[in-house]
Every structure is written in structure tokens, then in C-alpha cells.
Design a protein around this ligand. Structure first.
Ligand SMILES: CCCCCCCCCCCCCC(=O)SCCNC(=O)CCNC(=O)[C@H](O)C(C)(C)COP(=O)(O)OP(=O)(O)OC[C@H]1O[C@@H](n2cnc3c(N)ncnc32)[C@H](O)[C@@H]1OP(=O)(O)O
Length: 154
């Protein structure tokens, strides 16, 4: 968790409640379980919600591997298979490259097990920002709020 009120990884009711763990070779593993609240078509995950889960998984990868503050500039998703309500996506993400402030990363999500069929692939460009990005455009006390979450999850 990087911030307890984040829609992706925080504790908010209705949030995605995702957690990420660092694995071998700087791969970052996250899981996203699809509930009724994430439906688009009956019984199937909404694509926008899946994109959100991948934004979170890749964002946490870039943040935790590179330790540089950044925001999503671009996110591209390939929806390869339908993702049913009740299934869990096992997401593996990695940093692909760094070019100045541009941080490239990608992820794939497999259905129900770590070696299940790939259901979603995503690639993202994160752009490194100064910490003032969050205080100027977000909450003036953003850094205090982020620091509190870091103390809970150092
Ligand atoms: C630290 C520890 C953290 C721990 C964990 C944290 C987890 C966090 C999890 C969070 C999960 C959720 C995460 C979220 O939800 S983050 C929230 C969603 N994202 C945003 O709100 C971002 C909004 N956009 C902006 O603020 C600005 O546009 C940014 C900052 C992105 C760039 O504006 P800025 O004026 O600063 O820079 P620049 O325009 O000179 O661009 C710089 C370079 O980047 C290239 N470029 C830019 N955009 C694109 C694009 N779309 N496609 C291709 N390229 C693009 C650009 O060409 C240039 O390249 P070059 O000309 O230099 O070659």
C-alpha cells in the first residue's frame, strides 16, 4: 500500500484493495479478485476496472522498484480473454526501461493461477514528477498523507 485512501491499494469501501509484493528478478506480483461490483456485462469484469487494476499494479511496480515519484502518462491494455466475476487475476509487472523522466513498464494478468492463461496485458509510460506535483495539483498536505502510509508500510 502506498496511501490508505488510494482507490487501488487503500482501505476505501468499494476500492480494489490490491497489494503488491516484490518477487525475484524485480518482478512485482499483485492479485485482483473480480467481484460483482466490478461487472460490465453480466458476470464479466468491466474493462475500465481491469485497466484500473493494471494502472495500480504497474504504478506500484514503478514506485517500489525505482523509488521515483511518478504519475501515469499513458496506459495501453490488451483484453485477451473475458475475466469472469469470481476469478482472480495474478498480475506480474516489471520495469522495462528508463529514459530521463520517462519510465516504461508492463504487466500481464493470468486467470486464477500464476500459470493460468493470459487474460490481460498492459504497457504504461509513467512520467517522473517533482513532489510538488502532488501538493500543487492535489492536496496541500499530500506529502504528510503519503508519509503516514509509508510509516505503516515501510
Ligand atoms: C516513491 C515511492 C512510491 C511508492 C509506491 C507508489 C505507487 C503509486 C501507485 C499509483 C497508481 C496509479 C497512478 C495514477 O493513477 S497517476 C494519476 C493519473 N495520471 C495523471 O494524473 C497524470 C496527468 N498528467 C500530467 O500531470 C502531465 O501530463 C505529466 C506529468 C504526465 C507530463 O507533464 P510534464 O509537463 O511534467 O512533462 P512533459 O509533457 O514535458 O513530458 C515529459 C516526457 O514524457 C512524454 N509524455 C508525457 N505524456 C505522454 C504520453 N501520454 N504519451 C507519450 N509520451 C508522453 C513527453 O513527450 C516528454 O517526453 P520527451 O519530450 O522528454 O522525450
Amino acid at each position: 500500500m502506498h496511501y490508505d485512501r488510494c482507490f487501488g491499494c487503500g482501505e476505501l469501501d468499494g476500492g480494489l484493495h490490491m497489494r503488491s509484493t516484490m518477487g525475484e528478478h524485480a518482478l512485482v506480483h499483485s492479485r485482483f479478485t473480480v467481484t460483482e461490483a466490478h461487472q460490465g456485462a453480466p458476470g464479466l469484469a468491466h474493462g475500465g476496472l481491469l485497466a484500473c487494476a493494471f494502472d495500480e499494479a504497474i504504478g506500484s511496480t514503478v514506485g517500489n522498484v525505482l523509488r521515483r515519484p511518478s504519475v501515469t502518462g499513458k496506459l495501453e491494455t490488451d483484453f485477451v480473454r473475458p475475466v469472469p466475476v469470481g476469478s482472480t487475476l495474478f498480475i506480474t509487472a516489471k520495469v522495462d526501461g528508463v529514459a530521463g523522466r520517462k519510465l516504461y513498464a508492463s504487466a500481464e494478468g493470468r486467470l486464477d493461477t500464476e500459470d493460468g492463461p493470459v487474460a490481460v496485458r498492459a504497457r504504461a509510460l509513467f512520467v517522473e514528477v517533482a513532489l510538488e506535483h502532488f501538493t500543487t495539483h492535489g492536496a496541500p498536505d499530500a506529502l504528510t498523507k503519503l508519509k503516514r502510509a509509508e510509516q505503516i508500510n515501510p
